[in-house]
Ligand binder design. Structure first.
Ligand SMILES: [Mg+2]
Length: 127
């Protein structure tokens, strides 16, 4: 088994976790990067606004407008003091949305769990 976790593997694990927690998860990005990169540059922009997070998460009991935006990035992997894989970097648009408190950037199920907890706390929803 490889130590390296791709972004789509991390995203799959995060979606499974959120669904177990009773969340409805809308996926905005389904791993078609290999298709997108072959498109002419002027067509790429029509697929989504820059910064749209990978996952939009909600629960029936959250108030209207309650959508948690999660941008998934591949995790950093280290072994024996060596970095085997650097973590994925947010785009400028994603970093701006994170600074504004509109999305969370997560690399693992643990970080997604923390984002969910933090978001529910901010909403004032009882955990
Ligand atoms: Mg992503």
């Amino acid at each position: 088994m490889s130590l390296v976790v791709t972004e789509s593997q991390a995203q799959k694990a995060i979606v499974e976790y959120l669904e177990i927690k009773g969340c409805t998860v809308l996926t905005t990005y389904i791993g078609m990067r290999h298709v997108v990169k072959d498109l002419p540059k002027q067509l790429r922009g029509i697929l989504a606004t820059p910064g749209v997070p990978d996952l939009l998460v909600t629960k029936p009991r959250w108030p209207i407008g309650g959508f948690l935006g999660l941008e998934v990035k591949r995790p950093q992997v280290e072994a024996g003091g060596k970095v085997l894989q650097r973590s994925g970097r947010p785009s400028a648009a994603q970093a701006e949305l994170e600074r504004a408190g509109r999305i969370y950037i997560v690399h693992s199920v643990d970080e997604a769990a923390m984002a969910l907890e933090s978001f529910e706390k901010a909403l004032g929803v009882r955990l």
